[in-house]
Design a protein around this ligand. Structure first.
Ligand SMILES: [Fe+2]
Length: 262
């Protein structure tokens, strides 16, 4: 693929987003948030890819995968009015279906089409399958990091807003209560990713987002977390107590380890 192909895809995406304009303010806010998210993920993906010294074509592929990774969100929201895959449908699979039905990738060589669709499919799985070819693994890892880096931005903005101005679908409908689940906190303390199925409150969701740091694939991504102050910004919105502080220390130590490993 070349720059012209990417421009064509960007134009397609912009038109596709526009076709989901919704009359209600709340609905439009939820749609806009996913459109803006996509453009931020593109920038994150490019930055990670440059940090890895990838070539020109790889940069184009990384940006394309970022551009298309959440295409399924629009149809998902239109049909189900939620971004919770558990309550609706797998938005990655839905995105691939849209891309195929609309033959969005038709101008690209087969192997690039395959790679893009595979990376979109894998962008939201809990863990990548063990057997993947090197290119698929690289681009899936890349979009997964770029995506997480921007979800932190979206959620931190969300936490900072009063209930009335929040894009409602972002918080997955979880109650903004003072409680949190021991199971989710244990994941943060244990250095592993928490599971969506265990979420009961918005605090659980914040703790889960901190556990995503354990899943980052590139040192460049970890550096972006630090530069943007994501850990502190999330911790600021959590209850202040020793057990949370201790668990957060584990993720901070993990980050320091990753930065020193370079
Ligand atoms: Fe997604």
């Amino acid at each position: 693929m070349d720059q012209k192909d990417l421009t064509t895809l960007k134009n397609w995406f912009a038109g596709y987003c526009l076709s989901f304009s919704m009359p209600g303010q709340e609905d439009q806010r939820n749609i806009t948030i996913k459109k803006d998210h996509t453009y931020h993920v593109c920038l994150n993906a490019l930055r990670i890819a440059r940090d890895l010294n990838l070539g020109k074509r790889e940069l184009l592929l990384a940006e394309t995968i970022a551009l298309l990774h959440d295409v399924g969100r629009f149809a998902q929201y239109q049909q189900y009015k939620t971004f919770d895959d558990g309550l609706s449908t797998n938005h990655a699979a839905l995105g691939v279906k849209v891309l195929l039905e609309k033959a969005v990738l038709r101008e690209l060589p087969d192997h690039e089409q395959k790679l893009i669709l595979r990376a979109v499919t894998l962008h939201n799985v809990f863990t990548l399958p063990a057997e993947l070819d090197a290119a698929t693994r690289l681009f899936a890892n890349l979009v997964r990091d770029a995506d997480k880096l921007d979800i932190w931005r979206v959620l931190i903005e969300y936490y900072g807003q009063d209930q009335g101005s929040r894009a409602t679908a972002v918080g997955l409908g979880l109650p903004d209560a003072p409680e949190y689940s021991p199971k989710v906190l244990a994941s943060l303390r244990g250095g592993n990713m928490a599971r969506k199925a265990d979420l009961e409150t918005l605090n659980d969701f914040k703790l889960l987002q901190l556990t995503w740091i354990y899943d980052l694939n590139f040192a460049g991504s970890v550096r972006m977390v630090v530069e943007r102050g994501y850990i502190d910004k999330i911790v600021d919105t959590l209850p202040k107590n020793d057990e949370i502080r201790q668990a957060v220390e584990v993720v901070r130590a993990h980050v320091n380890g990753k930065l020193q490993a370079r």
